[in-house]
Design a protein around this ligand. Structure first.
Ligand code: G6P
Length: 282
């Protein structure tokens, strides 16, 4: 099939199937502007999506690549991870060629967002799929007359066979804030990160790409614009407490998030900010 983009319903919500070259494909939901699936030409699903995910907008869809904006996690008074995960986005561009397919979704401020956050903004999320790679770009535009500050993330849930068998390379020498240990700041001195318990870290000023090694499957992960990388796995107890995730699924996912979490971004009136995350199947 030549690359093309189709509208369809996914668990009752409007979505796009983005068919890339060589049988690669992605699914993007208009609810949340959220990528929910990425399949590479070998037929493997690369993103984790919970079987118990909720699709009625009452909470964020658990899995895929949620967009967190204008607040990461609980760093402020807004709902956790901001308010665009449960809102409907518009499709503003779709294009395909022989070796790629691309869609852009966007969302802006309205009376409901003003009630929570007084700023005027426009967000655009562009997904481009090639044979073995997806590129996600988040553009934040300040469409108001005053500057604002925000934190944000592409909260990518990677699917893994067994998280205990996974190693993440590329974070050596970076400082991270450990949310599982009173937000203590620690310098990573290991050549690779192994997931051996609950993990909730914000690595700051990340300059190098990461490599996720999992048996014979590897994934390269690169970010631009986003200064931080968040690594999250809830492990046994926290996962059991999540109503929208099966008890054992902590084993099958690892979030590696491109984020502006600790490093707050300031955006002047009329200015734009870009952040990207690229995933490459190796
Ligand atoms: O349950 P959610 O609101 O989707 O948040 C899921 C997780 O997101 C981030 O990775 C944070 O670092 C975690 O502390 C948080 O638990």
């Amino acid at each position: 099939m030549k690359p093309c983009i189709e509208d369809f319903e996914f668990h009752g919500i409007p979505a796009l199937r983005v068919n890339g070259p060589q049988g690669s494909s992605a699914v993007v939901s208009r609810l949340g502007g959220q990528v929910l699936s990425w399949t590479t030409p070998d037929g493997r699903e690369r993103l984790y999506l919970s079987e118990r995910a909720v699709y009625d907008g009452s909470s964020a869809i658990r899995g895929g690549i949620p967009v967190c904006f204008p607040q990461f996690a609980e760093r402020g008074d807004l709902p956790k991870h901001g308010f665009v995960r449960t809102r409907e986005w518009e499709v503003s561009a779709r294009r395909s060629g022989d070796d790629y397919a691309l869609v852009t979704l966007e969302i802006g401020d309205d009376a409901e967002t003003h009630a929570l956050w007084p700023h005027r903004f426009r967000l655009e999320l562009t997904l481009m799929i090639e044979a073995d790679r997806i590129d996600l770009e988040l553009c934040v535009a300040n469409t108001g007359e005053l500057p604002f500050e925000f934190t944000a993330a592409l909260h990518t849930y990677l699917r893994v066979v067994q998280v205990e068998d996974v190693a993440v390379e590329g974070l050596y020498g970076h400082d991270y804030r450990d949310a599982t240990d009173g937000n203590k700041v620690v310098r990573d001195s290991g050549t690779e990160l192994l997931i051996e318990g609950e993990t909730d870290r914000v690595y700051r000023h990340v300059r190098r790409p990461q490599m996720l090694r999992a048996g014979n499957l590897s994934l390269g992960i690169q970010q631009q614009g986003f200064p931080d990388t968040v690594v999250w796995n809830p492990w046994v107890e926290k996962c059991a407490a999540l109503a929208d995730m099966p008890d054992d699924d902590w084993r099958h996912m690892l979030c590696i998030e491109a984020a502006a979490a600790d490093v707050v971004q300031e955006l002047g009136a009329g200015d734009e900010w870009y952040g990207r995350q690229t995933l490459v199947a190796l």
